[in-house]
Design a protein around this ligand. Structure first.
Ligand code: SF4
Ligand code: SF4
Length: 281
C-alpha cells in the first residue's frame, strides 16, 4: 500500500505528515491532489482487479504486500484517470459501478445502455502520442513529391499511413470489462470504444507520429472470449497464490515491464524489486 510521498528533494514523508504540514515549506501539490495520489491503490480484498491483473504479477504483489512511497509528480496522469470517473458521476453521465465477475473486480468508466438491450462500453484514457499512434495503427512515411531541389535531389513530404494497430493491455482490459458486464447483466456488448486524450497533443513530436488531433474516439478490437478469460484467470490465480502464500512471483514479462523501461523509471515499486534497473533476458 502507498505509505507516503517522495518529495521533490527525494526525501520520503508519510502521507499524514505531508497532509498536516509540508516539510519543505512550499507544497509541491495541494492536499486534494496528495489525497488522490495516496488513495490511488486499492486495499487487497482477496479479489484482484482488472488493473492489477493487467500489470505484472510481481508488480501487483509488491504493491499489495509492501508499503511504498510515490512521487506526486509521477501520478499526474493516474490521478487524472480517477478524476474522469468522478466527473462522469457528478455530471449524471453513465459512470459504471464496480463489478465483480469471474473472481475479478473492475470498474469500467462508462456504459451506455441501448433500447435493444445492448450496450456500448467506453473507457477514457490519457495517453502519450506514441501509445495512441500504436493503438490506432497510425504511422508516417516520407514520399517523393515528384519535384526536385536544384541539386537534383527529390523533394519529399510526410504522409500518414495506416498499419495494423497494436492495443496491448488496453484491448485485454476492455474485452474483460465487456465479458464481466455481459455475464452480470445478460446483455450483449454492441461496441467497445476508448476516448483518448493525447497527453502531448499539439506538439511537434505528436505531429511527427501522425497524431494531429488532441482527442480520438476509437473502436477497440474484439478479442476471443476464451483468450481473454484464459489470460485473466491465469493471472488471477498466480496473484492470489503469491499473496496468500507469501511467495514472490517471477519477474514481470518483457511486455509488462515495457522491455525494462518501466523498471528503470516508471514502476512505483521499483525500489522494492530486485530486478529494477537490471537488463533482463
Ligand atoms: S506537499 Fe510535496 S513537498 Fe510537501 S511534504 Fe508533501 S510531497 Fe513533500
Ligand atoms: S521493477 Fe520491473 S520487474 Fe520489478 S515489479 Fe516493477 S515492472 Fe516488474
Amino acid at each position: 500500500m502507498i505509505k507516503g510521498l517522495i518529495c521533490p528533494d527525494g526525501v520520503k514523508t508519510p502521507t499524514h505528515g505531508c497532509l498536516n504540514k509540508c516539510r519543505m515549506g512550499l507544497r509541491c501539490a495541494p492536499t486534494s491532489y496528495i489525497k488522490a495520489v495516496a488513495t490511488s491503490d486499492r486495499k487487497w480484498s482477496g479479489i484482484p482487479s482488472v488493473t492489477q491483473l493487467c500489470n505484472g504479477t510481481l508488480e501487483s504483489y509488491l504493491k499489495i504486500k509492501h508499503d511504498y512511497y510515490v512521487s506526486p509528480n509521477d501520478y499526474a496522469f493516474a490521478v487524472n484517470g480517477t478524476q474522469v470517473h468522478a466527473n462522469l458521476e457528478e455530471h449524471g453521465e453513465n459512470a459504471e459501478q464496480r463489478i465483480t465477475q469471474f473472481g475479478v473486480s473492475g470498474q469500467p468508466d462508462e456504459v451506455i445502455w441501448h433500447e435493444d438491450d445492448t450496450f456500448t462500453l467506453i473507457d477514457h484514457k490519457t495517453a502519450g502520442s506514441y501509445k495512441v499512434a500504436q493503438c490506432l495503427g497510425i504511422a508516417t512515411e516520407k514520399v517523393e513529391t515528384g519535384e526536385f531541389f536544384k541539386n537534383g535531389k527529390p523533394k519529399t513530404k510526410t504522409e500518414i499511413v495506416q498499419i495494423p494497430g497494436e492495443w496491448g493491455d488496453y484491448e485485454l482490459q476492455l474485452n474483460m470489462y465487456r465479458l464481466m458486464i455481459e455475464e452480470n447483466t445478460g446483455k450483449k456488448c454492441r461496441e467497445m470504444k476508448i476516448f483518448f486524450i493525447v497527453r502531448d497533443g499539439g506538439t511537434a513530436i505528436a505531429f511527427s507520429r501522425g497524431i494531429r488531433d488532441n482527442i480520438y474516439f476509437s473502436d477497440v478490437p474484439w478479442v476471443e472470449d476464451l483468450k481473454v478469460l484464459a489470460y485473466f484467470e491465469t493471472k488471477r490465480d498466480a496473484l492470489i497464490h503469491a499473496v496468500e502464500n507469501d511467495i514472490e512471483p517471477p519477474i514481470c514479462s518483457k511486455e509488462e515491464r515495457w522491455f525494462d523501461r518501466k523498471c528503470e523509471k516508471y514502476c512505483s515499486v521499483r525500489e522494492l524489486c530486485k530486478h529494477s534497473g537490471v537488463k533482463n533476458g
